[in-house]
Design a binder for this molecule. Structure first.
Ligand code: ZN
Ligand code: FE
Length: 256
């Protein structure tokens, strides 16, 4: 298995993650929420930072970049929206581009909606996807810069990846997401089982990330807006999936 990953918590509820090509030693930080936390992770693993792969422009994903770039002279790869805001980007990428990390290859997928230029890095051979704030475990990111339709289309692209894909997302929101998801699908048995598992992990102070895409397809209401029972559950039977998605997203925004 040439790809190794190391996940760690930072800021209030962010995840940082390192991915390393064990053959060449090339190591990327996926986003850089906080330079100190990334450096601590490098120290803990003994890995040497060569790249930063950025998913979107928000500060809790980019604030650590300048200090890391200065210290490690690493390559910074990012979507155009980051390039236009910050001077430290070396390579701008978008859908169709391939990013090499040593001998590991990632396909770039445009996943706009949370931000207008958000991208996902899919390491297809390693069955790992870094989805930033587009897809969360049993949730999805807030639609801040795009439309509901745009976000739904991005989520559908991610849903098309193989079931065995490990999803690394930007935040630990799983328990709150499950609480909300159960208001949409109270009788979803797979979701109920996930609720038990996730509560156990959190009680043991373990991360609920990564999550498997195959499970998300069965349990995450935001990937299920085109399932007739889900549309019916929000009183929108027969309506277009993007509208059903919009209704679920709006309910989540107002959920306490
Ligand atoms: Zn964000
Ligand atoms: Fe974020």
């Amino acid at each position: 298995m040439p790809a190794e990953t190391h996940l760690f918590r930072c800021l209030s509820d962010n995840y940082g993650v390192l991915i390393r090509d064990s053959e060449t030693g090339a190591t990327a930080s996926i986003d850089a929420p906080e330079a100190g936390a990334v450096e601590a992770a490098l120290k803990a693993t003994g890995w040497k930072l060569t790249d930063i792969l950025v998913t979107h422009h928000h500060a809790d994903h980019t604030d650590g970049i300048p200090a890391l770039k200065q210290k490690y002279q690493c390559r910074v790869v990012a979507p155009q929206e980051v390039t236009s805001k910050y001077p430290f980007v070396d390579e701008t990428v978008c859908e169709g581009d391939k990013v090499m990390l040593g001998k590991l290859a990632a396909n770039v997928i445009d996943t706009p909606g949370h931000t207008a230029g958000h991208i996902t890095y899919w390491f297809h051979n390693d069955q790992i996807a870094f989805v930033g704030d587009t897809l969360f475990s049993i949730g999805c990111g807030r639609v801040i810069e795009g439309t509901h339709e745009m976000m739904w289309n991005s989520l559908k692209k991610l849903r098309d990846l193989p079931d065995e894909t490990e999803i690394f997302c930007g935040h630990e929101y799983t328990l709150a997401n499950i609480k909300f998801a159960q208001t949409i699908e109270p009788n979803n048995q797979a979701l109920a089982e996930r609720a038990r598992e996730a509560a156990e992990e959190v009680a043991k102070k373990r991360p609920t990330i990564p999550t498997m895409l195959g499970a998300e397809k069965k349990e995450n209401p935001f990937l299920r807006a085109d399932v007739p029972e889900v549309a019916a559950a929000v009183g929108m039977a027969g309506r277009p999936a993007a509208e059903v998605f919009g209704e679920i997203r709006t309910r989540k925004n107002n959920f306490r």
